[in-house]
Design a protein around this ligand. Sequence first.
Ligand code: HEM
Length: 479
Amino acid sequence: MSIDHNLTAAIGASAEDRAGSYAVMHVLAATVIVALFSYIFTQRRGRKKVSQKSQESCVHMPRTLLTSLVTPRQLETAIAEQHNCKPVIPFVPYKWPLALDLLKRQYYILFSDNTFERLTPFFDLAGTCRIHLFGNTGYFTTDPENIEAILYTRFDDYGLGSRRLAFFSLLGEGIFGQDGPAWKRSRELIRHQFVRVQKQIPEAFTPLVDELVSGIAEAAVDEQVDLKPLMYQFTLATTTMLLFGEPHSSMAKEERDAVRDNFDYAAFGCGIRVRLADVAWLYNPAKYRNACRANDFGEEAAAEKYAFIIDFFHLVRNPVILERLLEEIASVPTGGDITRDQIQRLPFLRCWLNETLRLYPTLPLNLRSANKPTVLPRGGGSDGRSPVLLPKGAGITHSVYHLHRLESIYGPDSRVYRPQRWEDGELIRKARLGAGYVDFNAGPRLCLGKDFALMEASYAIVRVLQAYPSIRLALGTPN
Ligand code: HEM
């Protein structure tokens, strides 16, 4: 069996190859306009943006202050004193006015083949770091304690910020772009749908996994097959089954390919827009608009993209891991439905899934914005161990990609693909502490499709390995 080398890349950085030089021009032109616009905009908004409304809602404010009239600056100072906050010292160095060289660098990275790896120098600077752009200060972190505060313990202090604007054309008015009461309502509705579906899986996957298994044999030429399109079709079918009650198998191949290409292009456009933050609307070319429109699945397509594309590449390039998995699944009967119970008795399979999601997280970078002055537990002062005050409106990016590769949690071989590291159960306990492993996010926005995705992936891998136990990397494929 041959495995398309791009399978791995599709998980992390699928859209890079869509880069064209016209897009670079677009971005650079936009950059200059953005810079001028943002500078004026931020200067004007600057100091007077936090109203008394935020003073009422701020949970960290000393009670005596609640009743008095204080300026936003006084409010922040009071909170900082109360929590013994210190400023974040490390910052990303820049040379050009308004740090435009950093924006330029980011765009080159976005257009490169290994986006997340190239961001490593930024995230290696410190656990929590400042970045200045257009006269604004943003933050990024890989500190598990801070990520826990953002996603979980101080969840209410954060919103999606500019992400909503960046993704709106693609995702529309759905849960992925919502905050506050609208998000709560959507979550409740979707949760009910998932509870209903949960009772039917994994058995409901059987006809679709049958199609996948027979599709592999049909697509093989000289015993070699490109698994990527088959996996894509499988995840599309399972997701549409979940959403509409039946798989979208009526779609012709050309249509499916068009959905995929449009979605990839739209996601790439969103990548540019998210970097433009509050002025994301400046990047809105016709090709991007059309790609978003053509995705009449909107949010459903996003969920599909999220869905687990099984990383067979890692499996077939590691014969030892493949052998272990084959031994384990030998206990599962062939030729019929596979049950939840049977899947749950396959501990090494779960280790393999954990390791894939650790090194290739589906959402490698995540962004939040403080909707009131709030406190990060760590990152301040010369040793980076003091709390930090985040003013209202401050953006903070956490990199799941780099968090999941921290040596402090995963050891000196943290960058090596080694499912065995999860085997004794110790690591999962350690990593979950302080949000050091956030495969499906954490806290109130925990992925609603977690069970669905894990069952889908497990079912597919077991059946494919049962049908093709001697699966291996095609000769000539770089390992
Ligand atoms: C390996 C597969 C998947 C991974 C790793 C994953 C991961 C995530 C992550 C990290 C988030 C949080 C996003 C944020 O910060 O706002 C999320 C949210 C979500 N996911 Fe997944 N997901 C997967 C598959 C799925 C599938 C298959 C579905 C449904 C078909 C799904 C439905 C959702 C929904 C509805 C949310 C929004 C939750 C909310 O905002 O309250 N996910 N997922």
